[in-house]
Design a binder for this molecule. Sequence first.
Ligand code: SR1
Ligand code: MG
Length: 449
Amino acid sequence: MLLYGHGLRRAKACGLAVTVPGLERDVNSYKPLTPETLPLRLGDIAAMVAAVGGAPDTWNVAEIGDGNLNLVFIVEGTAGSVIVKQALPYVRLVGESWPLPLKRAYFEYNALIRQDAVDPGIVPKVLHFDDDQALIIMERLSPHIILREQTMAGRKVAGLGSIMGCFCARTAFLCSDLAMEPAAKKADVALFVGNVELCDITENLVFTDPYFEAELNRHTAPQLDGVVAELRACAALKVEAQHLKRAFTARAETLCHGDLHAGSIMVTDDSVRVIDPEFAFYGPMGFDIGMLVGNYLMAHQAMPAHIADPAACAAYRDWLLDVIRETWVSFTDEFGRLWATQRSGILYPARLYEDQGQMDASERARDDLLAEIFADMLGFAGIEMHRRILGLAHVAEFDRIADPDIRAPLEERSLRLGRDLVLGRRAITTIDDVLAMARARAAPQGDKA
Ligand code: SR1
Ligand code: MG
């Protein structure tokens, strides 16, 4: 049977089994944790006891999950604290009417260990994984906070652009056929291809729902009704959105984080860590960096509502644009370094280029690939900007603007910039052009809208 759209959810509701080989679990033993049951249930896990310290019945446990999908607990004891993340069998944001498989914890665990291997220290250290209970016990990042909370407070993060550019380049390059052994790469593609339901969320909520009146959508109405109608009537935009969706579904190039927004990054003023790769899948090299850039661009557009002083706001917005530039520059630098030093996979082999004395051919192949990633990045950024304003899952940068008459004009600027990026992505050639487009669309300084 072919399942498409929200078909997987419908299939499950009808009792049709959708299984992934090797991922059968003991469904009867799974039970969601509570702060009361957690110490007893996890108190005999050696890694947990060592990290938290003291007797389990003295642990302080708090459920802090405010994301869309899972339970998240902080567990504190005499020696320290850890995070326990457990999948729920449904979408927390929506409720039990939207079932979601527990196996997403397995994909998150597998993504975390791969991300740590290619970019050591960037993700929380995994202390324990329990497939049946769909839970991961991991390092607690402290005093880190979610990146979008930091940016809405107008606080900078030293090295943000370069660290995230490197992370995106390392995962893009080292988890692809540019670097991996073909058998290992194909085994990984096969492993992550099981993350069907999380990809289904992205395929629908990100690439499709924003462009028609889907049931789960919401937008600031009636203020945005005009621009929403305009976007949904734009044939070229809807064609490009589906070209990008085809890239998402068909191009299993590399291991993508899959949900790299400003809520999937934790920071201090000088530290950057990546969390939450449960949407991991094999996809286009420009997907993660595109989502990330889309989030920075939304923060840039929304900032007048968060920083009252016009001069401070202008300076902070310039910093956000610098972060975008630095992200892309670091991505290309790191990608180029890996191209020169770790191109051991089956693609663009040195025996065709460098070994023949043709450095120029190697550089041309690299630059062609980077140009393709750049265009994809802009397309995915634009789509992310649309879905976060028109779809089910919004961003706090806009949602926390209480007055719809202030929020809507800023959202509209973002929607229009997103459209410009999606439609213009093949013609835009430099990151400075993108920053100029963002400036041109932005609300004038001192003007909240
Ligand atoms: C139903 S899940 C909605 C969104 O939350 C996640 O964080 C992903 O971004 C997903 O698209
Ligand atoms: Mg998440």
